[in-house]
Design a protein around this ligand. Structure first.
Ligand code: GLU
Length: 451
């Protein structure tokens, strides 16, 4: 609590009381409130009108049963969630996560982050998030389809292109979005293209959506490096994860001349001093859905695999680290190792991958640090571009879409940097992102009355 402004402490205490045990959500709220002391000093009306309390409370939370039948004929039960966090700026918008760790606290932290992230894009989207504790690992196509259909049988009544627009997140990509879209369409008897994003190109998807989160983070980190008078060229880069975000981060970093030497999954990490072979990684992860150790077996000379029990990816010396796996994957210890090895910039591709201790360590060491809610906003921004294309029954070229993405990322970078300057903390992207995102949402809410 000490780092929180005195005037905000009662608000935090109330959030703790109301959301006891939801550790990730409390962590996310804590981080934002830490940044807001300087805001309420300048603008006391945010306190007087209880805007911070209101923003910390989701508008609506839906929890439901998802029954489905597996390939053995056995009935399985999962729990589904959709947290419709804030609609001040537009329809609720945010992904669905399928992972056994999912619970209400995780979905709430993601929805809270999403609200500020979406505001930072400058596009008309509110914040929401959903998912299930369903574990897609080892499930057949048929099981995935039946699960997605059962989920949508309940969720459809809460969605709509003007109401709530889900997309993917961990465990949810094109295949799952397709099954959910098909079921939504049957239940509503409407081809409502803009109700889900991350669709396949064949039925209203946007070009560059798959690449957008990773590309966007790379654009953001490049902008940050440029403020230091440097670039990706020749830099050694470590990208944790090997899902959609990681793969397209690696692709863009390589295009900018950086050398990605390590990536990972939950089984361990690979180091490849010759630079990650992206075609091979895509083949293993996107086509065969295998573990990362396979990469080393097929790559041969120069690559090695270290299992999770023997160390972590942050042990690999690098200039730039781009955590792109999951929340709290980069601890204070990992940060200390990276700093000792000379890291100069960190860009979060995942949502909240760095613990509070890690962020503090980076900032104290003068490492440029880009928080996820700013740096990984390219994914959801391109989802909003998909909604625009759907609304106008149009389809843009890859170049046109990527150009929009690059400009959005540049604008987010500049907004965070100028906000940090304005509030007396130059170079503090965490403060800049939290304040700029908060102010956009709070101003819109204020104008809409006590909502
Ligand atoms: N799950 C992604 C995120 O964390 C994308 C959400 C979306 O496209 O709606 O921002």
């Amino acid at each position: 609590m000490n780092s929180i402004d005195e005037k905000l402490r009662p608000i935090l205490a109330e959030v703790h009381r109301r959301n006891a045990g939801e550790d990730e959500f409390l962590q996310a709220v804590h981080e934002v409130l830490e940044s807001l002391g300087r805001v309420v000093a300048k603008h006391p009306h945010y306190l007087e009108k209880a805007l911070i309390e209101r923003i910390c409370e989701p508008e609506r939370q839906i929890i439901f049963r998802i029954p489905w039948v597996d390939d053995k004929g056995q009935v399985q039960i999962n729990r589904g969630f959709r947290v419709q966090f804030n609609s001040a700026l537009g329809p609720y918008k945010g992904g669905m996560r399928f992972h056994p760790s999912v619970n209400v606290g995780i979905i709430k932290f993601l929805g809270f982050e999403q609200t500020f992230k979406n505001a930072l894009t400058g596009l008309p989207i509110g914040g929401g998030k959903g998912g299930s504790d369903f574990d897609p690992k080892g499930r057949s196509d048929g099981e995935i389809m039946r699960f997605c259909q059962s989920l949508m049988t309940e969720l459809h009544r809460h969605l709509g292109e003007q109401t709530d627009v889900p997309a993917g997140d961990i465990g949810v990509s094109g295949r799952e979005i397709g099954y959910m879209f098909g079921q939504y369409k049957r239940l509503n008897n409407r081809f409502e293209a803009g109700v889900l994003t991350g669709k396949a190109l064949a039925f209203g998807g946007s070009r560059a959506r798959t690449e957008a989160t990773g590309y966007g983070n790379t654009y953001f980190v490049r902008a940050m490096l440029q403020t230091m008078g440097t670039d990706f060229d020749g830099k050694k880069v470590v990208v944790s994860g090997s899902g959609n975000v990681a793969i397209y981060t690696i692709e863009k970093v390589q295009a900018f001349g950086g050398k990605v030497i390590a990536c990972s999954d939950s089984s361990g990490y690979v180091v490849d001093e010759n630079g990650i072979d992206l075609d091979l990684l895509k083949e293993i992860k996107e086509v065969r859905r295998e573990r990362i150790g396979e990469y080393v077996k097929r790559r041969g000379e120069g690559a090695h695999f270290i299992p999770t029990s023997k160390g972590e990816i942050w042990d690999v010396p690098c200039d730039v680290a781009m955590p792109s796996a999951t929340q709290n994957e980069l601890s204070g210890k990992g940060a200390a190792t990276l700093i000792r090895n000379g890291v100069i910039a960190v860009g979060e591709g995942a949502n909240m991958p760095s613990t509070p201790e890690a962020i503090k360590a980076f900032q104290e060491a003068g490492v440029k640090f880009a928080p996820g809610k700013a740096a990984n906003a390219g994914g959801v921004a391109t989802s909003a571009l998909e909604m625009q294309q759907n609304a106008s029954r149009d389809s843009w070229s890859f170049e046109q879409t990527e150009e929009r993405l690059a400009k959005i990322m540049r604008d987010i970078h500049d907004t965070c940097a100028t906000t940090a300057d304005e509030y007396g903390a130059p170079g503090d992207y965490v403060l800049g992102a939290n304040i700029a995102g908060f102010v956009r949402v709070a101003e819109a809410m204020d104008m809409q009355g006590v909502i």
